[in-house]
Design a protein around this ligand. Structure first.
Ligand SMILES: Cc1ncc(COP(=O)(O)O)c(C=O)c1O
Length: 454
């Protein structure tokens, strides 16, 4: 519990914290809401205002707030053993139990081994390093390049950032790492090719193939992509795209990395996004929902094919020279076990599918009523409402336009916490959301759009 009042916290927040992805001027002009507590799908700020959380924290609080099972698992583990490492000579029981649980959950995908980290950026960094080392162990160290997609987001460490497919995430830190290339992914609402989903998927698949051929397949380590792009604006590929990525990876002998940081653990309506597309990746990156955001945790899973490369007696070259002090932290892993248990036992993936379909139908009704809504898209409980100045030209609102902020602030004033990424309202609530919660959010959106006609 903080001993400081709301005014003190606001002043010192602005003064001292470098907020991620935040323009400092905007931070001064519009200080953020300071969240103090959470219960179920609701959060309350330091001024006592209560909101329904349409963000799920940051796409992560899958099990909802205040889950005693996770709190107790964490506190019991802290009392028993607060810390011990996975570095040479030691390990700890919760990390072993969680690794077993993850391999059991991904038996269908044939996953075999787990590398732990603390967040999505770690999970991606680990995947990239594993892919490079894999090819070295296979005697093909010249396969070092990664191909990712426009609008893809893979975290902000140097490797993941180099794979990001948007200039906004990269420009302040260039030059980035060599060997990272992006190609067009299937964005149905905004692409120069076609409005036909399957045709678009095929065009983009062929662009991927062409890029691998241009680079030379003998230089490409892996394709990395999100089963559904999140931060890029909830871009759902046509159903045939991921199966085509798998075919292409097999054809050119490159690995397929599924960045499931958002889609993992139920959010897209399947337990894993790639499973939703019927695809088995070689490497899966999990974070966010793996601990429902209660503590920092991530896991990078590799399948049997990849894991086998480390089984050769290759001496020093087979040392997995990667990991952190807190890889496999016992408290994080205890939280992970409890959070996953909730997602599985309560079948939250299925709830995300059912409630997500309902949400989508309601948002489409809103689109019929309000001209500023250019597109509504999503899968499960990851949805986006894209705001445009003109439906015909699809001219988007830009970062300097006040309209999207007015909409999100209108929602906040009605007790609905909703996030905007430039011109997109992003919806990713806890997976315990019900249809009644959806009705509440849609009513707030409806009233806000009606009060701000475009
Ligand atoms: C697909 C994807 N990968 C990686 C990351 C990075 O995760 P983190 O912010 O936990 O480092 C994110 C974060 O939103 C993400 O959405």
């Amino acid at each position: 519990m903080t001993s400081h009042n709301s005014a003190w916290l606001k002043e010192h927040n602005t003064a001292y914290i470098m907020h991620p992805m935040q323009d400092p001027k905007a931070l001064r002009d519009q200080p953020p809401v300071i969240i103090e507590s959470g219960d179920g799908v609701h959060i309350t700020d330091v001024d006592g205002r209560r909101f329904i959380d349409c963000q799920g924290g940051l796409w992560c609080v899958n099990a909802g707030y205040g889950r005693k099972e996770i709190v107790e698992a964490v506190s019991q583990q802290m009392e028993k053993l607060a810390y011990y490492s996975l570095f040479p000579g030691s390990t700890n029981a919760p990390s072993i139990e969680l690794s077993q649980k993850l391999i059991e959950l991904t038996a269908q995908e044939g996953m075999a081994k787990v590398s732990f980290g603390l967040g999505g950026s770690d999970a991606v960094e680990s995947a990239l390093k594993i892919a490079r080392q894999y090819w070295k162990l296979e005697g093909q160290g010249e396969k070092y390049k990664f191909i990712s997609l426009y609008n893809g987001y893979h975290g902000l460490n140097f490797g993941g950032m180099s794979a990001c497919g948007g200039i906004a995430w990269r420009s302040s830190y260039e030059p980035l790492m060599p060997g990272f290339i992006q190609v067009e992914g299937p964005h149905l609402y905004r692409n120069p090719f076609t409005n036909d989903p399957e045709e678009l998927a095929e065009i983009c698949a062929q662009l991927m193939e062409r890029q691998i051929e241009i680079q030379g397949a003998h230089t490409v380590a892996a394709i990395i992509a999100e089963p559904i792009q999140g931060a890029g604006g909830v871009i759902v590929p046509p159903a045939s795209y991921w199966p085509r990525l798998r075919q292409i990876a097999d054809k050119y002998n490159v690995l397929l990395i599924a960045d499931e940081v958002i889609t993992g653990l139920g959010r897209s309506g399947a337990l894993f996004g790639s499973r939703g597309w019927g695809v088995k990746p070689d490497i899966m990156c999990l974070a966010k929902g793996i601990s429902s955001g209660y503590v920092p945790l991530s896991a990078t899973l590799v399948n049997q094919r990849v894991a086998k490369a480390w089984e050769k007696d290759a001496g020093f070259t087979a040392v997995y020279m990667h990991g952190y002090t807190y890889s496999g932290h016992p408290v994080s892993c205890a939280a992970g076990l409890a959070a996953i248990d909730i997602v599985v036992k309560e079948n939250l993936a299925e709830n995300a599918r059912v409630v997500g379909d309902y949400f989508m139908a309601k948002l489409l009704e809103l689109k019929d009523k309000h001209r500023a809504i250019g597109d509504v898209r999503g899968k499960g409980l990851m949805l986006a409402v894209e705001l445009v100045k003109d439906r015909v030209t699809k001219e988007p609102f830009g970062p300097d336009d006040a309209y999207p902020v007015a909409i999100s602030e209108g929602c906040v004033s009605k007790g609905v916490m909703i996030r905007t990424i430039v011109n997109k309202l992003i919806i990713s609530p806890p997976l315990t959301f019900t249809k009644d919660h959806v009705d509440e959010v849609v009513e707030a959106l409806d009233k806000t759009f009606a009060a701000n006609p475009w």
